[in-house]
Structure formats: structure tokens, C-alpha cells
Design a protein around this ligand. Structure first.
Ligand code: TXA
Ligand code: MG
Length: 355
């Protein structure tokens, strides 16, 4: 067990001394959790193989699932990639700093462990003052997967990080809850046309406006698990975001969803289950169950995204055996939200049709 150093830091004006302490740890090969605009990341020097091995170990992350490399400037990308495709420059100009990760062909300076043996590398510039200050002070690219134990929902607060990793990492920079709440969109620009491997904080519709054609990888929209061979992004094939209780997603038009969810709640309760419901503000009053939580209004998906992982983690503290979750339309941020919910359920999806 390590003694994890907790550094509370101002999200708008990060205190220099605290950033210096965290940067020194990164430079020496240590592990520091830090906030980004999406979720908290667990950072290590991306060019230090030993540090990266420790990173995988701390998270209990499978070695075949590479982390995203974070940079503090567009220029810092050059030495990490083989070539700079013209569409990358356009995308970086429009969306960085921000929740968009780009897949490039990698250069030789990126250690094999950092990319899990792949010839490509995932890079993004986060839009958070603390993350950017840490990157600048450390002077190296920082590999940072989400700062959760593998398989758990990504952390949107420092407390979530500590719940999973206290004693396993050197330090955490705590700047309060993250703004977006779901991870970055992963866009493979080595594919023609560019392909979204993971929907996230930058919506598909916005990317399309800038680059014209964008494909969605089948796994990104999957309602069922895609086969491992088809999962081009290694993370797609691993268990993810799962709460302890079993989870079922009810998808369809709002009015049908309420009816079908109520039937399911009733039938599980009759079988003696403690039932939890993950609803929305518009529907929450329709349900009677052991625990009912609302993600927020269907008309404000930014709030729904921000609450999603927090509520999934909160259900772990409740005495429920099953969670019935409402689906929402997979548009805009809704695509990322539904991707995480479907994964969290292990693709246990019930279609609520007109009957
Ligand atoms: O918002 C985010 O992206 C957060 C914050 C901390 O920046 N990070 C994050 O990292 O979610 P992580 O490691 O939990 O997810 C990285 C995803 C995984 O699905 C991984 O398989 C994929 O990116 N990935 C990494 N390198 C890749 C590569 N070379 N080709 C395809 N997919 C890759
Ligand atoms: Mg993750």
C-alpha cells in the first residue's frame, strides 16, 4: 500500500506549488490522478515504460488495452506520430483542447507497452486548467486512462478515484467534479473515412460538420456485443462501467418505455428482487420501486451525461439486485450515454414496442 497524497487544487487557478509536487511525481515515474473536462484520468509519463507498467497494474487493466496520451499543445503531437494527416490539423484546430481523441500512426519514440503493441497511438489535448498545468510542468506527454479500476464506471469526482485507487497511486489532484461526465470521443483518422471507435463528449453530428464523412464503428452503436475480432479499439471488447447489480435497459419511445419498465419492475418484485430504477425527470414519478433515481431532464443531455457514472456508482451502495434503466434517444450526447448504459448492462436490452 502506498500513501496516496491528496492535493486539493483550484480548478480555475491551480496553485503552482501543488502542480509542481504532482509534476515531480510524474517525472520520477510515479502515478498521479488528475481532473480533465470529461472524467478523472490516471497519469504517468507516456515515454517511461516502467511507469506505464505500474499504471496498468494499479488499475488492474488488461495489458492489451492502451491508454490515451494527453498533450499540452498541438505541437507536442509531432514527435509522437509518423505523419500529420491534413484532416488532423483541421480537427485539432476545431476541437482541441476538448473531448476528442485522435488515432494516429505512432512514431518510434512511443514505447510498445504504452500502445499495447499497436502501430497506432491515441492522443488528445484536455480542456482543463489543472490538466494543462500538469502537462506543461511535467514536460512530457502523459498517458492517462480513466482513473477507475478496470471494469468500473469512470470517475467524475476525486472521491470516486479514491474509492477505487486509494493506496494504489502516488497522488491525486482534486479540483471538484468534472464537467462533461462521459469520456472523449475516439476518432480513428487512419481509417478512410475517419471512424468513431467510441462515442463521447464530442458528438458525431459536430464531427460530421467539420470533416464531412464520418463512419460509426459498429461497436460504437452496438445494441449487442460485437465479436472480439471486430473490436478495432481494444477497449471495446472488455467489460465496462458495470454496477454490482444486474442491469437491464428498456429502449423505445418514451411512453412505451414507461409501460414496459413498470411491467419489468413488477415482475422482478414478485420474484423477490430489490429493484432499482434509473429514470429521467420527466418519468421518475411513474415508478414505484425500492430505489428510484433520476439522471436529469431528457431535454438536457449535458446534465444526464454529467450524472451518469455518479448514479451508477451510487447504486453500488444501495441494496438492489437489479437496475431497470430507461433508454434515451441516441442523438448528440445521447449516443455516448446509450453506449455506456448498454455496456454497463452487458447488452441486456429490452425493446418497448407499441402493443
Ligand atoms: O475522456 C477520456 O478520454 C478520458 C480522460 C482521462 O482523458 N480517458 C479515457 O481513457 O477514457 P481510457 O484509457 O479509459 O480509454 C481509452 C480508449 C479505450 O477504449 C482504448 O481501447 C482506446 O481509447 N484506444 C487507445 N489507444 C488506441 C489505439 N491505438 N487504437 C484504437 N483505440 C485505442
Ligand atoms: Mg476507461
Amino acid at each position: 500500500m502506498k500513501n496516496t497524497l491528496e492535493l486539493k487544487v483550484d480548478s480555475q487557478r491551480p496553485e503552482k506549488e501543488k502542480i509542481n509536487v504532482a509534476a515531480e511525481i510524474i517525472k520520477k515515474g510515479g502515478l498521479v490522478a488528475f481532473p480533465t473536462e470529461t472524467v478523472y484520468g490516471l497519469g504517468a509519463d507516456a515515454l517511461n515504460s516502467k511507469a506505464i507498467l505500474a499504471l496498468f497494474k494499479a488499475k488492474k487493466r488488461p495489458m492489451d488495452n492502451p491508454p490515451i496520451i494527453h498533450v499540452g499543445s498541438v505541437r507536442a503531437v509531432d514527435k509522437l506520430v509518423k505523419k500529420m494527416p491534413p484532416e488532423a490539423e483541421v480537427l485539432m484546430r476545431h476541437f482541441w483542447p476538448g473531448p476528442l481523441t485522435l488515432i494516429f500512426e505512432r512514431s518510434d519514440i512511443v514505447p510498445t507497452v504504452t500502445v499495447a503493441g499497436l502501430e497506432t497511438v491515441a492522443i488528445r489535448m484536455p480542456n482543463h486548467k489543472v490538466a494543462l498545468a500538469l502537462l506543461r510542468k511535467s514536460g512530457c506527454p502523459i498517458a492517462a486512462p480513466s482513473a477507475n479500476l478496470a471494469g468500473k464506471p469512470s470517475p467524475t469526482t476525486a472521491q470516486h478515484v479514491l474509492d477505487d485507487l486509494d493506496g494504489r497511486i502516488d497522488a491525486i489532484l482534486d479540483a471538484g467534479p468534472t464537467k462533461i461526465g462521459v469520456e472523449s470521443t475516439v476518432l480513428d483518422i487512419t481509417a478512410k473515412p475517419p471512424q468513431i471507435l467510441r462515442p463521447g463528449g464530442t458528438p458525431y453530428e459536430k464531427l460530421k460538420k467539420i470533416v464531412g464523412r464520418v463512419k460509426l464503428h459498429p461497436a460504437a452503436v452496438a445494441e449487442k456485443e460485437v465479436s472480439i475480432e471486430k473490436a478495432r479499439s481494444p477497449g471495446l471488447k472488455h467489460k465496462h462501467y458495470a454496477p454490482k447489480a444486474e442491469m437491464v435497459i428498456v429502449e423505445g419511445a418514451e411512453s412505451n418505455v414507461i409501460g414496459r419498465a413498470k411491467e419489468l419492475i413488477e415482475s422482478y418484485r414478485q420474484r423477490g428482487y430489490n429493484v432499482g430504477v434509473l429514470a429521467t425527470d420527466e418519468t421518475v414519478s411513474y415508478y414505484e420501486a425500492d430505489v428510484v433515481k433520476s439522471l436529469g431532464s431528457r431535454s438536457n443531455l449535458e446534465i444526464v451525461a454529467r450524472n451518469l457514472f455518479k448514479l451508477l456508482r451510487e447504486f453500488d451502495l444501495e441494496n438492489v439486485n437489479i437496475i431497470i434503466a430507461e433508454g434515451i434517444p441516441a442523438k448528440g450526447l445521447g449516443l455516448a450515454i446509450m453506449n455506456r448504459l448498454r455496456k454497463a448492462s452487458g447488452y441486456k436490452i429490452v425493446k418497448a414496442n407499441n402493443r
